[in-house]
Each structure stands twice: as C-alpha cells, then as structure tokens.
Ligand binder design. Structure first.
Ligand code: AMP
Ligand code: MG
Length: 475
C-alpha cells in the first residue's frame, strides 16, 4: 500500500530506516472499526504490511530531542519505531501509521528496538479506552507477534504495535531542530504543523502566526490534561518527547488509572519524586509548553527581548485558562449548572473528602450520577463517608435532577480500564498469546458512559488497595 510521507517536507527530521525482517509474524489484535474509519483496505496482504511492516516498501525513523524528567537529551528519535507513512482522510486531514517494536534504527542508542507483548497489549487497551472515553489520543490499529523473543525483566514474546496518530510532531521534534539552530527546518516544521493541525492559522503571517500557533498548542494541551483528570488518568511519563503538538495522548508505557482518589497518586516505578503525579500534570504541561515556546524564539522577526516577553505573556495565561476549564469539568462531573458562590466549596470539599476517605474516584461519580438519575441503589458506598457533603450537594442538584443527570452522564464514565483488569489480560497474553477477558472489556470501553448489565463486574475496584501498584516503561 502506498502512503505519503509528510515529514520529507522538513529537512533533517526523517531518515530511511528498514523494518527488521521477522519470520513468523502473526496478527493477534486488529482494530476493524479504526481500519474502516481510515478507509484502509483489509485484504490479508495489506493488513500484514500495516501491522508488521514486512514487505512494506519504505519506512522512516524520525529524529527528536526531549526533556526526560526535566533533563535535556539532545538526541532521542525513533529508536524502536518505524513510520510507514500517512494515509489521507476525506476532509483534508491525514493520519500517520507507525510501527513500534519493529527493530533497531539509527536512533536506538544500544537498545534492541523491540517491544514485548505486554506493553503492546497495554497500549492497545489504553488507547482504545481513551478514544471511547472521548479523550484525544493516538490509536492502535493492531498488535502482531513478531515471532521473536524479547528479554526484559523476563523473556516474553516480541510484538509490533501499529499506531495511528494525527501526527508524530512532538515538542521534542521542535527542540531537536532548534538546538541545531536550523531556522529553515524549523520553519518547515511550523508549516507542517499548521497544515496538519491548525489550518486556520495559515492566513496569518510572521510573528502573529507564531504567537497564534503557540496559543493553539497550549489550548490543546489544556483540553488534553483536563480530560485526563476528568477520567482519573495518570500518563506517567510527560516528557517533552512524549508531548504531541496535536494535543493527542501518546506513549502508553507507564500510564495507569487512579482508583482511590489522591492528588499525589503516581504509579510509575521510575517517577520517584512524583513529577508526573495525577495533580501535577497541569504544572508539567505548562513546563513543557515553556520548552516549546523556547524553540520558536529564533523564528520571530521582532527583537528577542520583545519576543520572550510576548511568549511569556501567552504562557502566563495557562493558569487562568486551565483553571476555568478544570472548574467547568468538575461542575459537569457534579451536575452543577450555575457557577455561584457554593460551587468552589462543593468541589473542594468533595475532593478533600475523597482523598481523606480513600474513595474510589470513578465509582464515587458513578454513584452521584445514579442519584441524579434517580436510580434506586444510588449512594450505597458513599452515603456514610460523605454524609455531610451529600446533604449540601443534594440541596443544589435536587432543584434540577434531570439536567444534572444529563451533564453527569457524559462526564462520568461507568467503566474504565481498571489496572487489575489490564494486568490480568496482559498476563494472559504473556502466558498463552490471547485473553478471553479482552473482548468484553473492549466492548464495554467503546461505550463507557453507559453500562450493560453483563459488564457490571468491570466496575469492581481492585480487591486490594492499588496504592502499591507499579508500572514500568515498556523498554
Ligand atoms: P519512550 O520511553 O518510549 O518515550 O522512549 C524514549 C526513547 O528511548 C526514545 O528515543 C525511544 O526510541 C528509545 N527507546 C525506548 N525503548 C527502546 C528500545 N527497546 N530500543 C531502542 N530504543 C528505545
Ligand atoms: Mg516516547
């Protein structure tokens, strides 16, 4: 299948890279709805090409830099990924198809370029879950076994993920070119970003366009982080190389869902200081945006001092813009219609109580939603721990139960991919190459704001407290 390569429009970003020859590849997960949405042919040959890269004519590795846990690394790049190309959609947009775990490239820095079946399955489940939950995200077209063994903490089957993204333009891609002071290439990258993600900015010129681009990327990051926080998602590795200017979620290595509410919750084994904790995600997004702003400075025509001032001024709007969206998000989760003086108090008191009482984040809101829907078993679990708060909240929502229920039903998922369920599926795949627990979970996650009776078991939080649950980067 012939695909376009938009990155060739940017000098120095994209390098031919050969996908490793694997014998015995085998597709274990194929995302038919996504293939149909992209208009991909689904004959066996095309599927095999798109899922494994075998017999695909050209593939590419992209260069990027990045701040990892705050430390700048001047050259990262696709060390275990190959871009097959981009497929055009019907409305002018296009989607990259990229393989992960498809062998070493010039950016592998001693790594093997491979991926185990566990992280591949996690990426499939989590990205499909976020798509169903209406969170901007890259998607998974497929997972295939490579036929090889990958050695990590223990040996496991090697796998190739086929990832679909509206682009792979990272803050780290900008950092890579800016560090080389390659103004022409940076300009080409700005043009590519605008044509793929922000076509409305194409009519603007020079400095005005760059400032508007910065603000547009900032808006998308705000949207993204607010939607993560709405569903209790902790990304776990918000490095600048894992930040897409499209505002989609990328890199599902150490991510996890929060069970018991805690602003400081972190699951990643390497995030020892909680840099990427649930409640720290907004600050990190803002920090990453500052790194993005720095890469744009040399493109401006105005004197540097003035440019820095203008960009700083834009970035300083982050807090207010974010808090406004965040408050609206909590209001919707609580079915609160008007922003009067009780709203802040209701939100804050609930969050404090949830944290103190170790309440399950998702199910607390499931119960509140059930109350507004006037379901008979509502508030069973949270009645006792929240008794005082509930009285205040009911005093407000009782005046418009139906409208509150409507708001809450689209803000509060009934089903999320619980960590223990995801782990059980991964373990099945590691042991036997399939899991019969996967299909029902994926079915439920396609419509996570409603609950089919047969999926009620998926609402069950982990039996033991999952405070000690740990995730690992999939390297
Ligand atoms: P990630 O943890 O996926 O964000 O990756 C960070 C950097 O490490 C990227 O440049 C990856 O390409 C590289 N990397 C991660 N795992 C491997 C691997 N197994 N082989 C080669 N490079 C890798
Ligand atoms: Mg990454």
């Amino acid at each position: 299948m012939k695909l376009d390569n938009p990155y060739q429009r940017v000098s120095g970003l994209c390098h031919e890279a050969k996908v490793q020859d694997f014998t015995g590849t085998h597709i274990v997960l194929w995302n038919t709805p996504l293939a149909q949405q992209l208009g991909l042919p689904e004959d066996e040959l095309t599927k095999a090409q798109l899922a494994t890269g075998q017999a695909h004519p050209h593939a590419f590795a992209l260069a990027y830099a990045g701040h990892q846990f705050g430390n700048y690394v001047p050259l990262l790049g696709d060390g275990r990924a190959h871009l097959l190309g981009a497929v055009a959609g019907s409305q002018g947009q296009s989607w990259d198809i990229q393989l992960k775990g498809s062998g070493a490239t010039q950016f592998s820095r001693g790594g093997d370029g491979l991926c185990g079946i566990g992280p591949a399955v996690r990426e499939f489940i989590m990205s499909e879950a976020l798509a169903g939950l209406k969170v901007p995200t890259t998607r998974c077209l497929s997972v295939a076994l490579s036929g090889d063994t990958v050695v990590r903490q223990k040996p496991s089957a090697g796998a190739i993920v086929s990832r679909v993204a509206s682009s792979h333009i990272r803050v780290g891609s900008f950092q890579f070119l800016a560090a080389q002071q390659d103004i022409q290439a940076l300009r080409e990258l700005v043009d590519l970003t605008i044509s793929r993600h922000y076509p409305q900015l194409a009519q603007l010129h020079a400095d005005e366009q760059l400032l508007a681009l910065f603000s547009a990327v900032m808006d998308r990051q705000i949207e993204l982080i607010v939607s993560w926080m709405r569903i209790g998602f902790i990304h776990g590795v918000m490095n600048t190389d894992n930040t897409l200017v499209s505002g989609e979620t990328i890199d599902y290595g150490p991510c996890a869902m929060m069970s018991q509410f805690d602003f400081n919750r972190t699951f990643s084994s390497i995030d020892r200081h909680g840099r990427y904790a649930y409640g720290n995600q907004p600050q990190i997004a803002s920090w990453n945006l500052a790194r993005f702003a720095e890469t744009l400075i040399d493109l401006f025509t105005a004197p540097q001092e003035q440019v820095v001032e203008q960009l700083t001024q834009r970035l300083s709007q982050f807090g207010e813009l974010f808090n406004t969206k965040l408050k609206t998000m909590w209001m919707h989760k609580l079915g609160l219609m008007s922003d009067d003086e009780h709203v802040d108090e209701l939100i804050n008191e609930l969050l404090v109580a949830m944290q103190e009482q170790h309440l399950d984040f998702t199910n607390t809101f499931v119960e509140l939603t059930a109350y507004c829907k006037q379901q008979k078993d509502a508030l069973v679990e949270i009645q006792a721990p929240l008794v005082e708060w509930l009285r205040k909240w009911q005093g407000v929502v009782d005046q418009h139960l139906e409208q509150s229920a409507a708001l809450m039903s689209v803000s509060n998922p009934q089903v999320i991919p619980r960590n223990h369920q995801v782990e059980a599926i991964i373990e099945d795949f590691e042991q036997q190459g399939y899991s019969d627990k996967l299909a029902p979970l994926l079915t439920a996650l396609k419509v996570p704001y409603s609950l089919q009776e047969e999926h009620r078991y998926l609402q069950q939080p982990p039996a033991s407290n999952d405070e000690d649950y740990q995730t690992f980067c999939g390297t």
